[in-house]
Design a protein around this ligand. Structure first.
Ligand code: ADP
Ligand code: MG
Length: 448
């Protein structure tokens, strides 16, 4: 059974997941509805259990085994090192040991350069800092911490730094990888008992770039190792560049000592794109497409329309333009506003539906007939405080803002005030039909 489940997993979890996590599992058997596996480390067991546990259980049950729990036991005798006892290395063994010297970096996307990065107000600081680090002047920032939402250019900037360094300073050992890959490497080293090699490898790097570091938050032993690597490199004055989807202080489950080390260099953020930047990026892309799809006519106003209407994520923006050009060339038509509206209807719709706290405040004020200034003002009388709590509740529900952020938008209130307001409405909603109805109405009109 395990054999077939394993094959199914190989098809579904992706190659790197499979080789890193599933392949090393050794199936020991079933015991009273428990499927027992042996794993090289408890860390691995926890990881597999957390990320693939449900799926494995489900597949085993589908294959006819009544399994209600998985158990991951750490193998006491290191079965994996056993073959090494045999005298004289066989060719196969030499092969498996070869990758030790290989550099741990991930490949770089040759399109992600400084030249192709369009600079605007929202990203000028991040761009300038990246540029400075790539030039490696006498005063650099260490670590450089870049953060910002999805699709705002973090990975692009990091690749740009790496590629500039590689061409200007080929003597430097530059390593770029994602935090996820760092973790894979680390676990692999643990599993193969090559921690010394791992440490040595990372500590011999001149410039270390780790992308999406929020990924290691909560992964305790990986964090620990990252922290040591980090300190070792900083102590040797090696450059470190980190990116994350939020500021160091806001990464939950990241150890405080790591947060404070990450903050001690330069922390810069990429702001959501604005209209000008989006237009600039579109214009740059169009120049490329003009060569690729020669003969296509682009009507005036189409790019402006897209820059206005499509969300701040550059990846989505690029995707829209790519689709538009491909579609137009397929049907052999001029790219007009109508064509864009037609062919990008789903993207446009998705971009439209971003409910903001301001909208909520406005709608709720109207509904309860109070002033917007009262909603965010200090008054605590019930007739104003209750609508305010309703608006806080809806902000929590309908936007992705955090409690502190919501508090800030409500006249600088504390996050505990927001939490209390949200709770209060939650309670009321259960018994008070009027409130429940109000909420339903408001929600519908906001989502319309
Ligand atoms: P992140 O890593 O922040 O999620 P990426 O760096 O992967 O975002 O960027 C997403 C896409 O948008 C990439 O194709 C990237 O080239 C492009 N992009 C983002 N910002 C810019 C910019 N300022 N100029 C040109 N392209 C950009
Ligand atoms: Mg990225």
């Amino acid at each position: 059974t395990w054999g077939s489940v394993r094959e199914e997993l190989q098809r579904t979890v992706g190659t790197s997941n499979f080789t890193n996590w599933i392949e090393p599992l050794e199936f020991s058997g079933f015991r009273d509805g428990v499927a027992v596996f042996s794993v090289p480390t408890s860390f691995m067991g926890n990881w597999v259990s957390r990320n693939f546990g449900e799926q494995i259980k489900h597949l085993l049950n589908e294959a006819g085994e009544a399994v209600h729990r998985l158990e991951f036991a750490v193998a006491k005798t290191a079965t994996r090192t056993a073959p090494k006892k045999s005298q004289g290395a066989t060719p196969a063994q030499t092969q498996t040991q070869a990758p030790e010297v290989e550099l741990p970096g991930a490949p770089l996307d040759s399109r992600f350069t400084f030249d192709s990065f369009v600079v605007g107000k929202p990203n000028e600081l991040a761009h300038a800092a990246a540029k400075r680090v790539a030039e490696g002047g006498p005063v650099s920032f260490n670590p450089l911490f870049l953060y910002g939402g999805v699709g705002l250019g973090k990975t692009h900037l990091m690749h740009a730094i790496a590629q500039e360094l590689q061409s200007e300073r080929p003597d430097l050992n530059v390593v770029y990888l994602s935090a996820e890959q760092f973790m894979y490497r680390f676990v692999q080293a643990l599993r193969e008992r090559k921690m010394m090699d791992f440490k040595e490898l990372f500590r011999s790097v001149d410039v270390l770039m780790v992308d999406d570091v929020q990924f290691i938050a909560g992964k305790d032993s990986t964090q620990e190792e990252f922290f040591h690597t980090f300190n070792a490199l900083v102590d040797q004055n090696k450059q470190i560049i980190i990116s994350a989807d939020r500021a160091p202080g806001e990464i939950k489950e990241l150890e405080d000592r790591i947060k404070s080390r990450l903050q001690c260099g330069l922390v810069v953020d990429l702001h959501p794109t604005d209209y000008e930047l989006r237009l600039g990026i579109l214009q740059q892309k169009v120049e490329l497409y003009r060569k690729q799809y020669s003969g296509l006519v682009l009507a005036d106003g189409v790019l402006e329309f897209l820059a206005h209407r499509i969300s701040t994520n550059v990846r989505v923006l690029e995707g829209a333009l790519t689709r538009l050009f491909a579609f137009a060339s397929l049907v052999g038509r001029e790219i007009t506003l109508e064509l864009a509206q037609d062919c990008l209807a789903d993207i446009l719709r998705a971009s439209d539906r971003k409910i903001t706290i301001e909208e909520i405040q406005r709608k709720v004020s109207e509904h309860y007939n109070i002033r917007l200034s009262e909603m965010i003002g200090p008054k605590r009388v019930r007739t104003i405080a209750r609508p305010r709590q309703v608006a806080m509740f809806l902000s929590k529900q309908l936007t992705s803002r955090s409690l502190p952020e919501i508090g800030r938008r409500f006249g600088g209130r504390d996050h505990t005030t927001v939490m209390h307001g949200v709770k209060r409405i939650e309670e009321l909603k259960a018994h008070d039909n009027q409130i429940a109805e109000d909420l339903e109405l408001l929600r519908r009109s906001l989502e319309a």
